[in-house]
Design a protein around this ligand. Structure first.
Ligand SMILES: C[C@H](C(=O)O)C(=O)SCCNC(=O)CCNC(=O)[C@H](O)C(C)(C)COP(=O)(O)OP(=O)(O)OC[C@H]1O[C@@H](n2cnc3c(N)ncnc32)[C@H](O)[C@@H]1OP(=O)(O)O
Length: 558
């Protein structure tokens, strides 16, 4: 990209700067650290970057233009100038009615998409009246037992006007079926439904641990969803391949990218093995990443991930539809970076993390509430979190030009570095027989644990400064006004479920569940019978139990 002669001059001038102007000062005063590294320690950070650091860059091949391959600069041609990212605050409160209230509040305050958090029993395919559910109903999100709960959650919310993301994995097929049934009830054509189901079982095995079935049938459920959506709900994102939890478990930024894309590759291969055509399902794959504190490293990570996915889809899978190669992603600010000490400092952390996500070209963003690591966020902290996005969108200028960090010698070098490291990890995963093998043998988990352990040591020994935790401490009682879950609501939800069960047509439920079983045993797509079952008010657990009986349950460490 640069004239070789000019480059040689720059290199020479930099050497003389290093020896003279800079070197003299370092000799006299030193620097704050012996070695500077990126937040996750993967790359050392030089004092200064120059054109020499991007000398081997080919602008068109490595950066290109927004909306064009390799999508380094963004998946859409106008990016945030054309449409701001979706402000999508993750929420789910105890009962369906409370969740409906919070959703309406968020929409009134300017949220542009919904993101539904489910309680643990729902995420594990249990109803609120199951013994396993005791003490957990409505705690970490909303309890959904039947379509009746969905009707309450979405009351007054037209599904053709708002897109909804659902953080549901093992029982994703059932909740997707409920969303489709809800749309049918509201008279919204299926082709107009917009949203995302997380549906990412691989990262449950790696980091989040909310799995039910063994890998093979889990993959079958996922590819059935891909096929069903391609036919019936083509605008829905069928999966949100998530690096977020991998990073929360302690990975580096490069590992986050590598393990997430490796899981993506595993899904594409499973779908191809199931006989789908790559361009039929790949446009609706979506991704989900974390944003930690190092603004430049994080922005570079998003750029690298886009460039890598385009290459993988092109070279490995021969995708031809441009949409198959566009890595669209949601970002959530880093939960593990929040501190209980001086809780208001979290607002500042979240703002930097959100800036990184926007500079990195995110499609959708959740900004954490300052209290989110401790409890469900209060209405006030949710509002501040949303306002953080609105200030970024309307006051900071960060959304006014596309990929503004491109061309920064530093950020381009970081982008290259993350890409290189992540491709090396992908090659190692290939050598180990693919992502599933690497996860089942615990290799992936061990890689993450090693980094997490080292990071914890650095914090404990004061090598890594966490403001308010190991430095800049104050001696004060944390002032916290945390959201509390009403203990009565568990009993209320059980009664509600009992009422639905008493009022439904049991024979219709039996027949619908039998059809689900038949599809599970045979090769038919399981989605149409699940839609029928939820319309008959079969519960999440009743459908999940059919699969438990047919597929068995997973226990790790075979
Ligand atoms: C931690 C916690 C836990 O563990 O419990 C969690 O997991 S929370 C996990 C929470 N997860 C989430 O919330 C995941 C959210 N994910 C998503 O929303 C999706 O997967 C996403 C990342 C693809 C974003 O989808 P989205 O609908 O918000 O945004 P899109 O980018 O698809 O844009 C919406 C529509 O606008 C169009 N559009 C957007 N921008 C432009 C532009 N500049 N020019 C022209 N068109 C544009 C798109 O083509 C699309 O249209 P069209 O639709 O017609 O193509």
């Amino acid at each position: 990209m640069y004239d070789p002669e000019e480059l040689a001059e720059i290199r020479e001038a930099k050497e003389s700067w290093e020896e003279g102007t800079y070197g003299d000062t370092v000799d006299r005063f030193g620097e704050r650290e012996e070695e500077f590294t990126t937040d996750t320690g993967g790359q050392s950070v030089d004092p200064l970057y120059t054109p020499a650091d991007v000398a081997d860059h080919d602008y068109r091949e490595d950066a290109g233009f927004p909306g064009e391959e390799p999508y380094t600069r963004g998946v859409y041609s106008t990016m945030h100038r054309g449409r701001l990212w979706t402000m999508r605050q993750y929420a789910g409160m105890g009962t369906a009615a409370e969740t409906n209230e919070r959703f309406r509040y968020l929409i009134d305050e300017g949220s542009s998409g919904l993101s539904m958090a489910f309680d643990l029993p729902t995420q594990m395919g249990y109803d609120s009246d199951a013994a396993m559910a005791e003490g957990e109903v409505g705690r970490s999100g909303v309890a959904i037992d039947t379509l009746d709960d969905f009707e309450t959650v979405f009351s007054g919310i037209p599904l053709d006007e708002v897109s909804t993301s659902m953080t549901i994995n093992a029982p994703a097929a059932v909740l997707l079926a409920m969303y489709v049934a809800m749309g049918d009830q509201q008279g919204v054509p299926r082709s107009e439904l917009r949203g995302t189901i997380q549906n990412d079982i691989m990262k449950e095995y790696v980091a989040r641990n909310l799995y039910i079935y063994p890998p093979e049938p889990s993959m079958r459920l996922i590819t059935d969803i891909f096929a069903f959506c391609a036919e019936e709900v083509p605008g829905f994102n069928t999966i949100s391949i998530s690096g977020y939890h991998i990073r929360e478990a302690g990975s580096t930024a490069a590992q986050e990218v590598a393990f997430t894309l490796a899981n993506g590759i595993e899904y594409v291969e499973a779908a191809l093995d199931a006989g789908l055509d790559v361009d039929e399902f790949a446009p609706q794959l979506s991704f989900f990443f974390n944003a930690h504190n190092n603004v430049f490293e994080e922005a570079a990570k998003f750029r690298a991930a886009r460039r890598m996915w385009a290459q993988i889809m092109d070279e490995r899978f021969d995708a031809t539809d441009p949409k198959s190669k566009q890595l669209k992603f949601h970002t959530q600010t880093g939960g593990s970076t929040l501190t209980a000490q001086q809780i208001e400092n979290n607002v500042v952390r979240v703002a930097y993390q959100a800036l990184a996500a926007v500079l990195g070209g995110t499609q959708s963003l959740h900004t954490n509430g300052k209290d989110e690591a401790l409890a469900l966020p209060t209405e006030k902290s949710v509002r501040t979190a949303l306002r953080t996005q609105q200030i970024l969108a309307h006051e900071s200028g960060a959304a006014d030009t596309i990929d503004p960090l491109a061309g920064s010698y530093y950020v381009e070098s970081l982008t290259d570095g993350i890409e290189e490291e992540a491709f090396e990890i992908l090659a190692e995963i290939d050598r180990r027989g693919g992502a599933l093998e690497a996860v089942e043998s615990q290799w992936v988990q061990r890689q993450i644990q090693d980094v997490a352990f080292e990071r914890q040591r650095e914090i404990e020994e004061g090598e890594r400064v966490i403001v308010g935790v190991n430095e800049f401490r104050v001696d004060e009682e944390p002032e916290m006004d945390l959201e509390e879950v009403d203990p009565e609501q568990e009993a209320e939800q059980r009664e509600r479920l009992e009422g639905v069960k008493a009022g439904r047509d049991d024979e219709a439920v039996e027949a619908a569940l039998a059809a689900v079983r038949e599809a599970a045993r045979g090769g038919e797509n399981v989605m149409p019978p699940i839609v029928d079952a939820v319309k008959a008010y079969a519960t999440v657990q009743e459908v999940s139990d059919v699969f438990r009986e047919e597929f068995g349950e997973y226990s790790p460490g075979r």
